[in-house]
Write a protein that binds this ligand. Structure first.
Ligand code: GDP
Length: 196
């Protein structure tokens, strides 16, 4: 398994922008700003060009990356940046709301990225509550796991297993774009939903 081609095929920036052809489904990636989303996406596809880290707090777009002409990785705008204005937060909410209402039917998996080093933040909780209401069960990717030593790692994984259970989430994958830990498992989740 190796990704041959990654193409940014669609940027949804305004309400007038249309979603792309459904193809073989889509995989959404969402998380707080700075959680390590761009790094992880780059590490997953093994290319350094496709995913660019956005300015923290800058309300942004929904970016559709076509993977090997088969399915999409959907880079959703980051949330939870402390300095974001109320107006931008509301815009983020509208963008995500639109995404879920218009596209969740084509979503094969939603990957919810959470920084392994911290506790679950209020904005993470809000997102998870939201997905619960929508009946979407995300797969949680605990990012930057390489930054923890073995005892911190055990403690944090236990903590997240416990707290995420209350959201009905059982699938948690510790990940690192640095050491590549967890990336094969993420691909397995994707393959389970594809006949790649
Ligand atoms: P984004 O805002 O969610 O797209 O986050 P980025 O991918 O830009 O990463 C934010 C910061 O965390 C950058 O300084 C990255 O180098 C760092 N980072 C991202 N992933 C990892 C990781 O797996 N391990 C370590 N140690 N640092 C990471």
């Amino acid at each position: 398994k190796k990704v041959e081609k990654v193409e940014l095929v669609k940027v949804i920036a305004t309400l007038n922008d249309k979603f792309p052809h459904p193809l073989n489904g889509e995989y959404a990636f969402v998380g707080r700003s700075n959680v390590g989303k761009s790094s992880l996406l780059n590490a997953l596809v093994g290319k350094k060009v496709a995913f660019v880290s956005k300015n923290p707090g800058k309300t942004s777009t929904i970016n559709y990356f076509l993977i090997d002409n088969r399915f999409y990785f959907v880079d959703l705008p980051g949330y939870g940046y402390a300095k974001t204005s109320k107006k931008d937060r509301e815009l983020w909410r509208k963008v995500i709301e639109r995404y879920f209402s218009e596209r969740s039917w084509n979503m094969k998996v939603m990957f919810s990225l959470i920084d392994s080093r911290h506790e679950l933040m209020e904005s993470d909780e809000q997102l998870l509550e939201w997905t619960q209401i929508l009946g979407v069960k995300p797969v949680v990717l605990l990012t930057k796991i390489d930054k923890l030593n073995s005892s911190e790692r055990l403690k944090q994984i236990k903590y997240f297993e416990n707290i995420l259970k209350s959201y009905g989430i059982e699938r948690i994958i510790p990940c690192s774009s640095l050491t590549k830990e967890g990336l094969d498992e993420v691909w397995n989740v994707i393959f389970e939903t594809q006949n790649y």
